[in-house]
Design a protein around this ligand. Structure first.
Ligand code: HEM
Length: 176
């Protein structure tokens, strides 16, 4: 996992639970790493820190991932800079997330391993979003989708369906 995601998780915890939180999580997890945004860290390190933090705070994993997704979206949009500043709504972003945005991220960041998304446009207001990742974090995706709608002042209704292979398809409805 890229350091930028872990740094964002640090800021999420400190903003939500107070400035000491991250240091306490690092102590509890006996982690001495320093996280640099562009560097890659073993996914196990992130998951250990995530599990430690939810145990310490008494949170449910899926709820915490969803909140983290909402928090992370505007951070990623800022990080994406010129790559994403011309988009005007969620659907336009999502239609190019897999084919352009994450492709550019991989060019710019050595070893970045974003997930795969297969996006199907049902009509002007509806998408089917198929999320495929060995990290399999559907609640994080749900939070990001909610964060994206909030970013553009939209309302969205999101329903997720687990597929037989364990991946998830989200039905996102932006009509309202
Ligand atoms: C808008 C600008 C965006 C930028 C610059 C960006 C960049 C990144 C980066 C750097 C990673 C980490 C990859 C790694 O650790 O190897 C990542 C992961 C991820 N991105 Fe994006 N992203 C953006 C938008 C989005 C949006 C809109 C979504 C979905 C709704 C999304 C879904 C994800 C997910 C779920 C992951 C976690 C990795 C996984 O599930 O395997 N991203 N992204």
């Amino acid at each position: 996992m890229k350091g930028v995601i872990i740094n964002t998780f640090e800021n999420f915890l400190n903003d939500t639970f107070g400035v000491e939180t991250w240091d306490n999580v690092l102590d509890e997890a006996k982690c001495e790493d320093v996280f640099v945004g562009t560097k890659t860290y073993d996914d196990k390190v992130f998951f250990k820190l995530f599990m430690t933090s939810i145990e310490m705070k008494g949170l449910v994993a899926d709820e915490a991932l969803k909140l983290f997704g909402r928090y992370a979206l505007p951070v990623l949009m800022k990080y994406g800079g010129d790559l994403v500043s011309h988009y005007e709504n969620s659907i336009d972003v999502l239609l190019e997330l897999d084919s352009i945005i994450h492709v550019e991220v991989k060019k710019l960041m050595d070893e970045a391993r974003p997930p795969k998304f297969i996006i199907e446009k049902i009509d002007d207001k509806k998408l089917h979003i198929h999320y495929i990742s060995d990290r399999n974090l559907p609640s994080f995706v749900e939070g990001l989708l909610e964060g994206l709608a909030y970013y553009y002042n939209e309302k969205v209704d999101i329903k997720s369906q687990k597929q037989e292979d364990g991946t998830y398809i989200f039905n996102a409805d932006y009509s309202e």
